[in-house]
Write a protein that binds this ligand. Structure first.
Ligand SMILES: Nc1nc2c(ncn2[C@@H]2O[C@H](COP(=O)(O)OP(=O)(O)OP(=O)(O)O)[C@@H](O)[C@H]2O)c(=O)[nH]1
Ligand SMILES: [Mg+2]
Ligand SMILES: [Zn+2]
Length: 289
């Protein structure tokens, strides 16, 4: 029996990197064959036959459904001055990180473009207390040494809108052209160039998963009253809420709302929290109401 990690899937064939470093192309057995059962990142047992077969899936340490990837230790959420950043998407991905106990990095790519300094400033203000924030350029290489240090020896996935430059970052870091690069396209929203998740080895036992860009993202359904606990930047002010279990929405004497008014918490992020709370409440109502 061989143990390895799925590093890529294509048309029902799984590319598994075995412990000895060899890459084995496998099929899967039984239920594991069904679509969506095995993820890139999964650790599996392989039986060597004429065609090697995945026999068993090991328990996952972490699991994301958008992008589909397992066993990662952290997520690099990429934004750029172009295409226009969707901060609600960033908030949702950070909620996903907190839920899965992953480290989050907010990475502002294309910092060679105009308008990047403002974006880096905004990212630092809004996410500085919940994620590491780094500015890079896959074009000039600026900031890449810092990003490399942040992920050294660990397994991170890239995530974010199409055309923010996820594959370009991978290519820069691995010093080659492993991933195909796309353009912005006519609607300026990206072309969805990367179509599959793939794990790439970098020096120092660092691994990085390139993923498909997306424009919408739904976090797993949770009780809306639990959502606030995924906003770790609210933690410092929760104690001042009058009500225990305060959702920081309609309650009076709310420490979080006071902090927003006093400029201690970023206003826009709080307003997006209200939107997300509303969205979650509607989904919860639909399911359990
Ligand atoms: N100016 C500038 N352009 C960049 C940079 N990084 C990437 N680009 C450009 O941005 C476009 C999209 O890059 P990709 O790497 O394909 O983006 P992606 O996030 O992988 O996109 P999907 O695979 O569709 O999700 C390409 O035209 C790149 O040349 C950068 O640092 N600076
Ligand atoms: Mg890509
Ligand atoms: Zn409150």
């Amino acid at each position: 029996m061989i143990v390895g990690q799925i590093i890529r899937e294509s048309g029902g064939r799984f590319f598994v990197k075995a412990d000895d470093g060899n890459i084995i192309v496998c099929t899967a057995r039984g239920k594991l064959k069904e679509r969506g059962e095995l993820y890139v990142g999964d650790i599996v047992d392989i039986r060597e036959e004429a065609v090697p077969v995945i026999e068993k899936l090991h328990p996952r340490d972490s699991m994301l459904v958008r992008p589909y990837v397992s066993n990662i230790e952290g997520m690099i959420v990429v934004i750029a001055a172009q295409p226009k950043p969707d901060f609600l998407l960033v908030d949702k991905m950070i909620v996903g990180c907190v839920q899965q106990q992953l480290d989050a990095i907010v990475c502002v790519n294309k910092c060679d473009l105009d308008g990047s300094a403002e974006l880096v400033q905004k990212a630092a203000t809004e996410y500085g207390s919940v994620a590491d924030v780094v500015a890079v350029s896959a074009k000039t290489g600026e900031g890449m040494d810092k990003l490399t240090r942040m992920i050294c020896g660990r397994f991170f996935c890239l995530a974010g809108q199409s055309a923010v430059g996820k594959s370009s970052i991978v290519n820069y870091l691995c010093g080659g052209s492993r991933m195909t690069i796309g353009g912005l396209g006519r609607n300026m929203r990206g072309r969805h160039t990367t179509r599959h998740v793939e794990i790439i080895d970098l020096p120092d036992d660092t691994r990085i998963a390139d993923t498909c860009g997306f424009s919408s993202y739904e976090i797993p359904l949770v009780d809306p009253s639990m959502l606030a606990s995924c906003y770790v930047d609210f933690d410092a002010y929760r104690d001042q809420c009058r009500f225990r279990g305060c959702t920081h929405t309609v309650e009076e004497c709310c420490g979080v709302k006071e902090a927003v008014e006093q400029g201690k918490l970023p206003k826009e992020r709080y307003q997006r929290y209200l939107r997300l709370y509303d969205e979650m409440s509607k989904r919860w109502e639909k399911r359990y109401g």
